[in-house]
Design a protein around this ligand. Sequence first.
Ligand code: 5GP
Ligand code: ZN
Length: 112
Amino acid sequence: MNDCLFCKIVAGDIPAKLVAENDNFLAFADIAPTAPVHVVAVPKTHYANAAEFADADSQGMGQFMQFITEIGESETSNGYRLVFNTDADGGQTVFHVHAHVLGGRAMQWPAG
Ligand code: 5GP
Ligand code: ZN
């Protein structure tokens, strides 16, 4: 999609430090990490958010969950957190569905 930051990373037009990739998904290091492990994972197809992705391709969403849990398992040794920020109150700033995989320190709960 024109003017989508994560579509540009998927296309290779904006560089990113890749963590994992397959035919459908890409994972890369967050440019402003908030934890020792902070990976952003996206489907290569553009959907605005998790709800759009799940509605359009529930099987793909299932495969995406497998992709991001594999990243959590391989990048951390003591647990991790998976986050889909969605829309304004969810704190979403890039409107191409993405999961944050966070770890390497104890996460706080409840969320801020
Ligand atoms: P959101 O706030 O939408 O859930 O998450 C967007 C994430 O993308 C933020 O954590 C932000 O640091 C990250 N981000 C924004 N621009 C870039 C970029 O150009 N490259 C990378 N690798 N991450 C980015
Ligand atoms: Zn996009």
